[in-house]
Design a protein. Structure first.
Length: 315
């Protein structure tokens, strides 16, 4: 199966979204008015966004553990998301999100996920060799790997991407982000706080530090997002853009907004759009997500409406 984008989802989850619509009389007890369930993980959220936006040029690689992993596989099949699976023994994680519409706030509780054994890690790397062999494509590395994949294993995985001449697209945080930028990256999309924590740089202070970082690390496209504050981005020739919403407040469902943003950007890149259009569309996708209970469950027909409120300017 040759696809233009291979999306890695290295720590999938089974998510539950508890929606509360009225004030709760008991301080320590919350009774949901409605509950939604979905398969998740940053990579899978990106795949869901691309699927909903009409793309079929991707495949999502899910590392699935135990009975919950089988349930996640069934849910992705039901949605029509194009996936391949690598199965491990330990159970996949369950995550819970409380969407309190009465208080207008969202709180997430994410489990750590399964532990991949050393033998399973070796088998996974061999599995990825087969996936990556014989085709040149883009590999999307989004979200930290499950426990058991060591720093060395992570570097081997990125090494395979470059060994087979694939472009690397990254949305990750912490020590994994620091390791990823040791290699050439086509697109680095990162949250403002995560970027600042890793590199002590604030992308929203408009000086040349961000551009120097991009050039020093060999990054083609650098995008730093900050939720309702929009994004700052550099294209592959060094032009800087700022984007933000004008006359529109987003919703309260933040989970998956960054993934919807990146999925929208990739979809526009796939369609051959210019950089400004890619950023505008991506912002509209991230905004649409804030009105969805499920992560990246955006609809193609909604994006044009939200894009009217997006301002993108070269600075």
């Amino acid at each position: 199966m040759t696809k233009k984008y291979i999306i890695l989802n290295l720590n999938p989850g089974y998510d539950q979204y508890h929606v509360i619509r009225q004030n709760q009389p008991a301080m320590n007890v919350n009774r949901a008015d409605e509950v939604y369930r979905a398969a998740s993980g940053k990579g899978l959220n990106i795949a869901r966004a691309m699927h909903n936006l009409g793309s079929e040029s991707y495949v999502c690689i899910n590392v699935l553990g135990g009975c919950l992993g089988k349930l996640i596989m069934q849910l992705t099949r039901r949605e029509g998301i194009i996936c391949r699976e690598f199965h491990i023994k330990e159970e996949a994680r369950i995550n819970t999100c409380i969407i309190d519409e009465y208080k207008k706030e969202t709180v997430s509780y994410n489990a750590p996920g399964p532990q991949m054994s050393p033998v399973e890690t070796e088998q996974f790397l061999e599995f990825m060799k087969q996936i990556l062999f014989g085709q040149e494509t883009s590999v999307v590395l989004s979200g930290a790997p499950c426990r058991g994949i060591t720093e060395e294993g992570f570097r081997q995985l990125i090494g395979l991407v470059h060994e087979h001449h694939h472009r690397l697209i990254v949305d990750i945080a912490g020590k994994w982000l620091k390791m990823a930028v040791e290699y050439p990256i086509h697109i680095l999309k990162v949250n403002r706080e995560e970027f600042q924590e890793a590199f002590q740089l604030d992308a929203f202070i408009f000086n040349n530090s961000l551009k120097r970082f991009k050039e020093a690390k060999g990054i083609d496209v650098l995008i730093v997002t900050d939720g309702a504050n929009g994004s700052v981005a550099y294209d592959n020739v060094g032009h800087r853009y700022q984007s933000f919403l004008n006359n529109l407040n987003g919703g309260i469902c933040a989970v998956g907004s960054g993934d919807a943003f990146l999925g929208g950007f990739i979809k526009m890149e796939e369609d051959g759009a210019n950089f400004k259009k890619c950023i505008s569309y991506a912002n509209a996708c991230g905004t649409a997500n804030t009105f969805c209970y499920l992560p990246a469950d955006i609809k193609n027909e909604e994006i044009e409406t939200y894009e009217k409120y997006v301002v993108v300017k070269q600075i």
